[in-house]
Design a protein around this ligand. Sequence first.
Ligand code: PLP
Length: 390
Amino acid sequence: MPKLSNRITGIMPSGKDGWEVHFAALTRKQAGEPILMLSVGDHDFDTPEGTVDACIDALRSGKHHYIQLPGLPRLRSALAKMTEECTRTETAAEEIIVTQGGQGALFAACQATLDVGDHAIVVAPYYATYPGTIRAAGATLTEVTARPELGFAPDPKDIEAAIRPETRLLMINSPNNPTGAVYSREMIEAIADICRRHDLWLLSDEVYWTLAAGREHVSPRSLPGMKERTLVVNSLSKSHGMTGWRLGWLTAPAEVILKLINLNIVSSYGMADFISHAAVAAVEKRYGVDEIADRYKARRKIFMDALEGAENIVIRGSEGAMYVMLDVSAIEPDAETFAWALLDAEQIAALPGTSFGEAAQGHLRFSMCQEEHLLKTAAERIRRFAKNYV
Ligand code: PLP
């Protein structure tokens, strides 16, 4: 076989990322073992009926064709309106590009801002694809460790210290995957200040904005001088129960969106016609949004309440999103070892924190994507397991 490009082989250089626990658990579950899957951030329920009906109507009414780039005009308008709600900033349809999920928006944002040899900063722990998405643009990265003892908030001084002459982009995510941390207004202001002073792009991943669980969601886009340097990644996956539909969007200055049309042309040539029409209905009618937000808020509470006072476990962060991060470092410094042992002994699948960067070593991420009674059972088993861990 002729040589592959360095770009493609460099995206995920190690090949080992902690997800082995999840895949082993999945195989065992498929073979009939009663494994409680708390490893992935995908809903255990289907997309709201209103959205499904809108998709079927769109299919039956001939929505089968190429659509305008960078997205169906009515969908861009609907997403602009929702972005105004999310970011509390005036937003025009021209500032929106529809992408293949939030991941497509992350990819587009990195392609738009990073050249080969440039440098980006990510706050760790982070959503697992961040480093690969940066490397796919030919850039390098530095991880800045959020502090577990501060509920996984980063120290702005650490971010500033990581800046180099070739740094172009800083990536943040609040509410956060994997920790569930929701950044305070002061934190977002401090980060925005760094970006303005060092002339950086700020990629703000806000895919969990509806899951802030009563805390204030602050988008850096709303702060003075930030609209022209902020790229907001968003998606209907989590907020609207639509993970498998692959519907996301990037909000950016209109000049950036115009350039990204070219990327759209040479990569996906846009989204599916009928899915775009279903997404218009989902956004305009807010199908499922409040129910899903309430459900995850209640689930996190059930899980955390059941772990209250547990020996050898500390709950870190977890103010929002659909995750709870547990610190088990007092009994097991190696998160992967603990995850395998928990799977074998208690038939619970969780992701070792190291799947999200070294910053979360000694931690495990539990997703709340199971029914309430199963989450309670899982918490009780984890409690027992941690108490007797040797
Ligand atoms: N950003 C974060 C923080 C995520 O957790 C995810 C998915 O889990 C994504 C982006 C990607 O979203 P999507 O599934 O819409 O591609």
